[in-house]
Design a binder for this molecule. Structure first.
Ligand SMILES: Nc1nc2c(ncn2[C@@H]2O[C@H](COP(=O)(O)OP(=O)(O)OP(=O)(O)O)[C@@H](O)[C@H]2O)c(=O)[nH]1
Ligand SMILES: [Zn+2]
Length: 297
């Protein structure tokens, strides 16, 4: 039968959903391979009217993934930007925001931060102060209230999405689902269709899915996760993923400086002088430590 080119719009275990024009095809990989990600462009061989086998994955523009010392988990392929959703309440984790930023930088994906629930005005000044850290690093911060002012949120974010493939990342309760329902027409219907086609039962929020908005605009919703391991990033990748390190790199006494406790380290001096935030350097230290862990330790 004919070979088809599809976009993977959902993944659940080793089951995938490929979309070709409007049609959905339930796909599996050959053998035990499970290296396909939502957003991948794939060659599919149709095996029945609504089923196929993934024969090949097209070269990816970007690939986002998480990893610990044992395994890695693909998040999404070919995304161009990452929208990190935080809110006035419940409290968000700086650790998760920075890990997301580092993952995006390492993958060549442009990060943006969306601060939702600005209608909770009593908490706004404090949260603005926290988010200022990221704005200060050059990351765009967009303030919205999906509940109190959905029209303004849509007007602000629609142009940001246009022509891009955007992945939304956020801890539980930040309003990510509300945002996606606002920005993606019929998102809930699409999710039900995906669920039915993949037979995932009620677990509609436990899988990553892609909504194609038009020919060159798509939105990917990832399930909330607590851990964002980045064991796959080498020290060299890490030092470049912390964008504020850039002006100091190459200025340490030792050319192979790890920026952890070396004398005359330009990065550590920048932490001391207040040019690099301690919580960011602490995370760098933690990620270098994690990356040095291997099975058997
Ligand atoms: N005050 C306020 N509440 C909001 C706003 N946006 C969403 N919420 C509420 O925040 C709660 C969480 O919203 P969801 O959209 O379910 O959040 P989520 O991030 O998808 O969370 P999970 O479904 O747990 O992953 C809901 O009760 C929403 O009604 C907002 O702009 N202001
Ligand atoms: Zn150094």
């Amino acid at each position: 039968m004919a070979h088809l080119t599809a976009t993977i719009i959902a993944a659940h275990g080793r089951h995938y959903l490929g979309q070709i024009d409007g049609e959905l095809l339930h796909c599996v990989t050959r053998g035990k391979k499970s290296d396909v990600a939502v957003g991948d462009r794939v060659d599919i061989k149709r095996t029945s009217p609504n089923q196929g086998v993934i024969e090949a994955i097209a070269e990816r523009k970007t690939l986002l993934f998480r990893s610990d010392q044992y395994k890695s988990k693909l998040l999404a392929a070919n995304v161009t930007q990452m929208l990190i959703v935080v809110a006035t309440e419940p409290g968000f984790s700086d650790d998760l925001v920075s890990r997301s930023l580092v993952a995006a930088e390492a993958a060549g994906v442009t990060p943006h931060i969306i601060l939702n629930k600005t209608d909770v005005t009593e908490l706004l000044p404090k949260v603005r102060q926290r988010v200022a850290l990221y704005a200060g690093l050059g990351y765009p911060v967009h303030e919205v209230s999906v509940r109190a002012n959905p029209d303004a949120a849509r007007a602000l974010l629609e142009p940001l999405l246009a022509g891009q493939s955007s992945i939304f990342i956020g801890q539980s309760g930040m309003g990510k689902s509300s945002l996606i329902n606002l920005l993606v027409p019929d998102a809930e219907i699409a999710t039900r269709e995906i669920s039915a086609a993949l037979d995932t039962g009620k677990h509609t929020t436990t899988f990553t899915r892609l909504y194609a908005i038009d020919q060159d605009t798509s939105v990917i919703d990832s399930p909330g996760f607590q851990e964002f391991g980045l064991y796959h990033l080498s020290e060299g990748m890490l030092e470049r993923a912390f964008v504020e390190f850039a002006p100091h790199l190459g200025k340490c006494k030792f050319y192979n400086c790890h920026h952890l406790n070396e004398p005359a380290c330009a990065v550590l001096e920048a932490v001391t002088s207040g040019n690099i935030a301690p919580i960011r350097h602490d995370l760098y230290r933690q990620l270098v430590h994690e990356a040095s862990q291997t099975i058997g330790y």
